[in-house]
Design a protein. Structure first.
Length: 237
């Protein structure tokens, strides 16, 4: 949880829960119903390496991450040029990309005409709409993405996989989620509300349950993250 809305980079939170990652559907539930936060954002847990092609040229390597529309706003990041994502990118599949400042300088020489340039990633054609501010590398230390793409582009970026929808009996956990607390809300209040929403979502998906951190399925259904880590969901007696 980001605990100081007026101070960039300050955060606090617990990391001792049953699991570290959420599914896209779980993120949407929290974003839409957890009103103790002024904003929430999500980011792909891993940094991906993609083959991209600009202007019909040779394929080249670029690393990047899928993020929600509120990603830059929650982290207090303004664009160096162009614009960054907004929550509108959470509603539809928008083929846009935001470049990191370092990648913009290294690959494009800092030219402003990079805005509107398109590139190909798998079968998707994406348009560069902005460049993040200088020095910004994202929410994860020691990782430096070249570019960011909207979460809704996941089916195009990872063809043949659907990580946007939870379809019984499985869940795909692949997101880190961060919330910006409202000034008058305590961490305990926000955590309590988030837990209620999260539990309701699990019960809607599985029926009455209790969740364990057992690393393999027990009885009932297993949830799995993209790296193959399993979490068991046990039916309540």
């Amino acid at each position: 949880m980001l605990s100081n809305p007026d101070e960039a980079g300050m955060w606090t939170g617990r990391t001792d829960g049953e699991r570290d990652w959420l599914t896209h559907a779980e993120f949407e539930k929290l974003r839409d119903h957890a009103n103790n936060f002024s904003a929430l954002m999500a980011s792909q847990t891993s940094l991906s390496t993609w083959q991209v092609r600009f202007d019909g040229g040779e394929w080249e390597e670029a690393c990047g991450r899928l993020v929600s529309g509120g990603f830059f706003d929650v982290l207090g990041v303004s664009p160096a040029i162009g614009r960054v994502f907004t929550t509108a990118e959470d509603r539809d599949e928008t083929p846009y990309a935001v470049l990191s400042y370092n990648y913009w300088q290294r690959r494009f020489g800092g030219r402003p005409d990079v805005l509107g340039k398109t590139f190909t990633l798998h079968s998707a054609v994406l348009t560069i709409i902005g460049v993040a501010s200088r020095g910004f590398i994202g929410e994860t230390s020691r990782q430096q993405p070249d570019l960011w793409l909207p979460l809704r582009m996941q089916p195009s970026v990872f063809p043949g996989r659907d990580w946007l929808h939870d379809t019984p009996p499985s869940k795909t956990m692949w997101l880190h989620v961060f919330g910006l607390l409202k000034p008058v809300v305590s961490q305990a209040q926000a955590e309590a509300q988030a837990n209620v929403i999260f539990k309701a979502g699990l019960e809607s998906f599985y029926g009455p349950i209790c969740v364990t951190g057992t690393p393999a399925p027990v009885s009932g259904s297993a949830a799995q993250d993209p790296a193959g880590r399993a979490w068991s969901v046990r039916d309540a007696p």
